[in-house]
Design a protein around this ligand. Sequence first.
Ligand code: ADP
Length: 460
Amino acid sequence: MTGRLIIASNRTAAPGEARAGGLAVALADALSERGGGVWFGWSGDIVEREPRGAHVFTEDGVEFALADLTQAEYDGYYLGYANRALWPVFHYRIDLAQFEEADFAAYEAVNRRFGRLLAQFTRPEDVVWIHDYHFLLLGQEMRASGWSGPIGFFLHIPFPAPEVFSSLPQHQRLARAMAAFDLLGFQTDRDTANFRRYLIDTHGGELLEDGRIAVFDRVLTAKTFSIGIDPDDFAALALGDEARAAAERVGGIIDNRALVLGVDRMDYSKGLPQRMEAFGRVLDDNPDLRGRSSFLQIAPPSREAVDAYQALRVELDRLTGRINADYADLDWVPIRYLARGYPRETLAGLYRLARVALVTPLHDGMNLVAKEFVAAQDPEDPGVLVLSEFAGAAEQMPTSLLVNPHDIAGLAEAIHRALLMPLEERRERWQAMDASIRETTIAWWRHAFLEALDTTRPDA
Ligand code: ADP
């Protein structure tokens, strides 16, 4: 008999959150499979006075415990340390990182307050699963509050090369705190290797025969669990009425020219300016392709309160304006850039319609858009995935057209090649990718992680 599952993630799938995303569903499934448990996270509310407890309620057998943040906590912990320091550094953008001591103090204080709170919800036989970069200190804080049971942690974003991680002024402090976890899950073998190398080279960690690492008087496991999607569900979505309607609408507007598609949150890690420049380069270099394909980029703004995101928006507006002004004709616009989100059904329809998908982040933990695109294809006439070698998904999809997203000429060449790729080659490449997304589905991911966590005993 296993204990209950206690999950902590920044946002939860509490009623009203309406995140139909695969991750939210997977974690909800994990909780209900264990016959309930607790899902702890931020309520999404910002309050004036320092909140003390959590809002607790039960929904479908899951106990939600949601804590509020004060404005100062939101600014320092969430916008500050998590998104102005950790996010850029973990995505190799030290140039964009802001290292404010006050932000780290807020990050520490929120992790402490949350860790104490969460420890109160645990029972001795439970297992705890903490998610992502918001909560790097949470395990250690739970231990300080008396929790001695197993704690698993999954990092959804990349773990950078040790030299890059070490640029964080607090890296030593973070590393010690991360050693409070018993099992650390990463998206790719590259991330796992980076983390291990960091512990071994910087902190004298020792790789044991059984693959675990002894460091800071603890023994922990670092392992790869590549996150996935539910391919059948997504394939079915792509054949649904809403998906077809969306595809017909866009197909009509682009007059059935080849659709080149990008779907991303508007984030500087996604390589959007480089992608637009490369599409412009395709038009520069191939007069015969002008008027024959349309690039649709869907990119809803995110984290607009962070300056780097505002600068990106201006850059994208400038680039689309320039390329469209150079090449648009009376009946054709080369780039359509829509700064808003769309329902999953709509995206599924557009993926299926697209001849080419551009998934070219400069760095990305996994990138589920790549997997969704593959799942949505018509097996008889699949589109081509142009994929950044720095997306986690690249490790699993060697038959995509792999590109260096910084290399505009190489990227332009790949787009050109994708647009002209013969059907037979498209099929072969797609079949291998489809097989791969069926191996590490979202259900596999949560089962594999929890199985590993269940067999991990805290080892002081
Ligand atoms: P990230 O987690 O960095 O945003 P992923 O590609 O791993 O990147 O996951 C993004 C998820 O959000 C996917 O499930 C995708 O369908 C969804 N998504 C991305 N962009 C949009 C958009 N423009 N509109 C609606 N959903 C989006």
